[in-house]
Structure formats: structure tokens, C-alpha cells
Design a protein around this ligand. Sequence first.
Ligand code: MG
Length: 163
Amino acid sequence: MNKFRIGYGEDIHRLVEGRKLILGGIEIPFEKGLLGHSDADCLLHALMDSLLGALALGDIGLYFPPDDPTYEGADSTKLLAKVKALVDESGYAISNVDLLLFAEQPKLKPYREQIRRHIASLLGLALDQVGFQAMSNEGLDAVGEGKAIRAVSTVLLERKENE
Ligand code: MG
């Protein structure tokens, strides 16, 4: 078994009217929300894909198929708990995660620490193991035009002692 494994995940969802905006498991007050089969939490989706990628276990579509009615409106924090269980069984522990969120609107700075703390608690990590940055896309492409929100996640796993 390798001592370290790195994972990378990315996700983008369209912003539409008539949906709640959920990012990192936190509901953010805004007139639009992300479109998707589940709660469309692109930040947690990118995080899950990075964890699965680090373990070469495929992607979230494999575990939570978008055409499966079970996952309609699903709370992504519950899906993350299932992915976390796979990590816990793998013989590896999360060393750190680093998350980036790109959104033109709403401004996410006021929620930054709340989101970061929530993700640390969902993963059972100390706060200094979770990096989180929220930034605009400088007006560029679909994210910059306020049509979508995009998230990126990088994770490092370290083999647990005596496993
Ligand atoms: Mg997604």
C-alpha cells in the first residue's frame, strides 16, 4: 500500500430560480439555487469525487446514480457520510483537504468560516486540516456570468499506522 494517495475532484452546477442554494451542507440565502437531481451541492460533490479518486474507487455517479429516484433531492451531507465510510474502511485517513469555490453571486465571504467548520465536522477533521477559499470568476465564462457555481477539491490521504 502506498503511504500517500492524492485525489482531485471538480463539479459545476447551473444556477436557477426556484431552488435552495446549498453549499458545503449550508443553506445560503439567495434568490437562486443550484439545479441537480440531489440538492446539487457542488462543493460536497467535488469533495466526494476527490476522496473516491484518491482511492481509485470511481466517481459519485457510480455510487449515487443521477437517474436513481432514491437520490432525488438527496442531502449531499448524507452521501458524503457514505463516501467517508469508504475512506475509513480503506486503511487511509484524510491528511488534509483543500477546497475552492467559484461564484460571482452571492458573495460567499460571510459564510466562509461556517462552511469550512461544517466540512471539518462532517469529515471528523480538525479545522487546520480543511482549507477553503471562495472567490469570484472575474466575470468570465458561465460562472462569471452568474449562470453556474463551480467547485474544486484536492485531498491527501495517508496510510493509517499499523494497517
Ligand atoms: Mg454534482
